[in-house]
Design a binder for this molecule. Structure first.
Ligand code: F6R
Length: 607
């Protein structure tokens, strides 16, 4: 996700800001920029080193702010990179998060004569403060008024020529940390960037903002009341901070699971009205009402998320869905009749087979809607409409957080489509929305069992073959669990539908061929128990993934990992998390660098 760094002190700010951005590089980004008070702003697309080269020693001054951007509103470009400013270039700010009401605010500000340079939601904040200052109020009052006007999420650092000796920071939903130095203060979106300078930090809570000088800081709430808070000391070493404290991006990204759900639903699910809105689909809404058939096409993990989507859409929105590997779809003379819609899912937005599949579908006149993580990517540009994941870059080669977001977006899309076509009852709609809102806490519960799952993984690390089996909504998770294991640990693993066991795979089962059985308390639970019995009868070892409160599997399976209860339609999102952690520990246990599995690339841009 985007990164923020700010400095106020007595040293030259620019090199400190550049190093701050470098410390945040592990988060991934597509462009970067910095502003030094009294000297100006420089931006560059691509790596921080491009920005560094452009800045040279040109920006002199001791107060400034900087940003690495991961595009959410507007393509990656210099003009869309942060920092952003008001009409006169007097207020400069960097922002993480999403301003949900930026559209209406922008329209109001344009009507009042403001001129916008970028396509971002962020720029609206600078103009809003500028507008508020026309009331003759102080800068801090104008900022506070702006914070009360904007909806959505923000981590903000702001400077202005009105008060060049100060920086302001604010937080709601996107982290902001203040680092307290000696005659200098630092700001970052992640403490890992502050640790090289000072270990004394103050974490801002949601709804708090602060005024900083080189020597002082003062926190306030949104009523303007001062808040007293002492700094705390971070124990991290500089070395530990490179991946936000984790050994691998893969684990860092698994651990983001709860926030991934929050970010995916942000601006789309109104937690007060319990309504799902997908404004990005407005342009195709008329066509969606009348579609007769959906084909979901993608590759790898993205395809498995589509398999979950297939079940959701048919169950709730009642549209026939087919699912197909993009690599097959593109070559097998598919028939795309009028009224067919294609959904492609892609983290990178550049996967060659997926791109070729949507091009073929478009050639035949289909409507193409895509779920994409990378704004500005080829598939995002070539689709008729795009639901962006809004989860920041995925760096680990094995896809984890993208899968979580893709399935979440399928759940939102299903509700949207079901409502549009009148196939979903209000009671069901509300229930699903409430369960989606409850997911982050439930995922946190699973993530808190990391150590327990590590112990289970160590028991299974010696096996060279695995079977993963699931049914209905956990059917795709059997494939995904097996894929995660094989790609990072090079262990043979097969995903199967539990109902297929008797048709072949059960022949492989013996004491050296363990099964991971997805046996959640759902409508097919009893069938799964029968499958587990059959495996046990053949001396097979069983690791079950079960629902909390289940008292049967503890005595039937060899090991059980419990996940919280949810509705069947969403259970894939909980079942997959322990399998991601399991694969991680089998892979690292065998001594492999799970971030860079052999023979694999993060973005498969060739066939
Ligand atoms: C597996 C994995 C791959 C990708 C696939 C599609 O962990 O990452 O299977 O899911 O290569 O990539 P995108 O989503 O970029 O189209």
């Amino acid at each position: 996700m985007c990164g923020i760094f700010g400095y106020i002190g007595k040293q030259e700010a620019a090199p400190i800001l550049i190093n701050g951005l470098k410390a945040l590089e592990y988060r991934g980004y597509d462009s970067a920029g910095l502003y030094v008070v009294g000297a100006g702003c420089v931006k560059a697309v691509g790596q921080v080193k491009n920005l560094e080269a452009k800045v040279g020693d040109g920006l002199r001054g001791s107060v400034g702010l900087a940003h690495t951007r991961w595009a959410t509103h507007g393509v990656p470009s210099e003009v869309n990179s942060h920092p952003h400013s008001d009409c006169e270039g007097k207020i400069w700010l960097a922002h993480n998060g999403i301003i949900e009401n930026y559209g209406e605010l922008k329209a109001e500000l344009i009507a009042k004569g403001h001129k916008f340079a970028s396509a971002t939601d962020t720029e609206v904040v600078a103009h809003l403060i500028e507008e508020n200052l026309k009331e003759g109020i102080s800068f801090s009052a104008a900022l506070l008024l702006a914070l009360k006007t904007i909806r959505g999420t923000y981590g903000l650092v702001i400077s202005s020529v009105h008060e060049p000796e100060k920086l302001y920071i604010a937080r709601k939903g996107s982290p902001i940390v203040l680092g307290i130095g000696d005659g200098e203060n630092f700001v970052a979106s992640d403490p890992s960037a502050i640790v090289p300078h000072t270990k004394r930090v103050i974490y801002l809570n949601d709804g708090e903002w602060a005024e900083l000088t080189a020597d002082t800081y003062q926190l306030y709430d949104l009523e303007g009341a001062p808040i007293a808070r002492e700094p705390q000391v971070i124990e991290w070493s500089v070395e530990q901070t490179k991946k936000g404290g984790y050994d691998h991006f893969m684990m860092k990204e698994i651990m983001e699971g709860d926030n991934v759900i929050k970010n995916s639903i942000r601006g789309r699910l109104n937690e007060e009205t319990l309504e799902v809105k997908l404004p990005e689909l407005d342009v195709v809404a008329d066509k969606l009402k009348d579609i007769k058939r959906i084909i979901i096409t993608s590759c790898g993990t993205a395809l498995y998320s589509g398999m979950v989507g297939e079940y959701m859409i048919e169950e709730i929105a009642k549209v026939p869905v087919e699912i197909e590997y993009a690599s097959e779809f593109r070559y097998r003379s598919p028939i795309v009749e009028p009224g067919t819609m294609i959904i492609s899912i892609t983290q990178s937005g550049e996967t060659a087979d997926t791109l070729a599949a949507i091009r073929e579908a478009k050639r035949q006149g289909a409507l193409v809607v895509s779920i994409v993580n990378t704004v500005g990517s080829t598939i995002a540009r070539e689709s008729d409409a795009v639901m962006f994941n809004q989860i920041g870059p995925e760096i680990g080669v094995a896809s984890t957080k993208a899968f979580m977001s893709q399935v979440t977006l399928f759940a939102l899309f299903t509700l949207y489509l079901g409502k549009l076509r009148g196939t979903i009852e209000t009671e069901m709609y509300t229930k699903v929305v409430q369960e989606i809102m409850a997911l982050p806490e439930k995922i946190k519960t699973i993530l808190s069992k990391e150590a327990e799952i590590k112990v289970v993984a160590s028991k299974y690390a010696k096996f060279d073959d695995f079977l993963f089996m699931g049914r209905k909504y956990t059917f795709p998770i059997a494939f995904e669990g097996a894929l995660k294991l094989k790609e990072i640990s090079y262990v043979h693993a097969e995903g199967y539908g539990a109902g297929e066991m008797k048709h072949g795979p059960i022949a492989m089962i013996d004491e050296n061929f363990p099964t991971v059985a997805l046996a959640l308390s759902d409508t097919v639970y009893e069938k799964m128990v029968s499958n587990i019995e059959e495996i046990k009868a053949r001396s097979g070892k069983v690791l079950a993934i079960a629902t909390e409160g289940n008292s049967t599997l503890a005595s039937l399976a060899d090991d059980v990992i419990y996940v919280p209860e949810t509705i069947e339609m969403l259970e894939a999102l909980l079942a997959v998390v322990p399998l991601q952690i399991f694969a991680y520990y089998i892979g690292t246990g065998r001594g492999y660098d799970v971030d860079k599995p052999r023979n694999l690339a993060k973005s498969v841009t060739v066939e």
